[in-house]
Each structure stands twice: as C-alpha cells, then as structure tokens.
Design a protein around this ligand. Sequence first.
Ligand SMILES: [Zn+2]
Length: 210
Amino acid sequence: MLSNDQPVKLDEQALEYVDSCNLPTTWATFRMHAFVETATGKEHIALTLGDVADGQPVLARIHSECLTGDALFSKRCDCGPQLELALQKIAQEGRGALLYLRQEGRGIGLLNKVRAYHLQDEGADTVEANQKLGFAADLRDYSLCDPMLKHLGIESVRLMTNNPRKISAMEGMNVRVQEHVPLIVKRNPYNERYLSTKATKLGHLIQPDL
Ligand SMILES: [Zn+2]
C-alpha cells in the first residue's frame, strides 16, 4: 500500500484510498485505512487486524456510523455494543476487518436523527419517525464496501450482522459471504422497542421478545 502519496482511485473513481496508520485500542492494535468518497467527499475508514489478504474468509463487520450510540453511550440503540463486540471478536481471532461507513442514522444524517428521536419521544417507532420526516425506513448504501474490501485484498467474509438486507447487499458484490455470524447484544428498557421494530418491520434476525 502507498503512503504519503496521492490518493489512489478505486472502482472507477467511486472511492479513493488515502492512507493507513496504526490504531491501538483496548483490545488490539488495528491498522486503520482511510478512504474518501469521490462524489460526496464523505470520509470512511476500515480497521483490519492480521493478514486479511491471504484468501481465507475474514471475520468482518460492516458498521454504519451512529454518533449517539458509538461515541455518546446512547441506550436508544444497540450500535455501540455491537461495534464493541465486533472489535472484541476480531481481536480474539487475531484477524478480521471492520468497515466504518459514514452514513449516520440509517442514512438520514445526524440532525434528521435528532428530529426522528423527537418524534419517537412522542410515540412513533423508528420506521414511522423516518417516514414522517419523508425518508425511507433505511437509506443505507453498502456499495462502497466492494472497492474497500477489494483494496484490502479481502475475497470472502464471515459477516457479523443480524440484518438480512446487509447480507443480500453483500451477495450482490464481488466479495463472497462465506458465513453469517450473529451479533447479539443485551437489550435495555430504552432500546427494547427499537430492537423489536428492527425485528418486526426491518426483518432483522433478532427475536422480538428476547
Ligand atoms: Zn445507533
């Protein structure tokens, strides 16, 4: 991989690779790889551990940004614990990858997420709130995963997710989903309804009443 050079255009210029560095964390020292989306200027990162380009299936998580859950300890969703568990599992194996995609609030952005949470405070569920604001229930786009994974040399993944939409999106790409690894985290009184709605309305593979 290049460093201190011009960004490398990937996948017919949809995504550019910029640089990589070490990222020590509580669980392991990952390699952090930086990318920029050509069309939007959005910045995305991938964390890898070990040799992910050896052709063997890679334990992988595709994680969409959730500022409130990932960084602010919100209990309204399960994003923070899922992120933590995914990194722990990768560290335990000593090998894996986490793609961190900057598509906050299932793609509606941070400010609209605050508006959606306001509607949820008043009784709407997560899908109804997005729809009241004029958005689809889920606007996330996983197409950038393909050039990112290709750049990292990853040919097949053992994908950590509970979301069948993510699995089918990945199946349309060059990378092969070898296995689906559930990522179940604890519920709390604040995310109970959110997780149940994800199961019943968005088809997530989690039991509504666990
Ligand atoms: Zn979240």
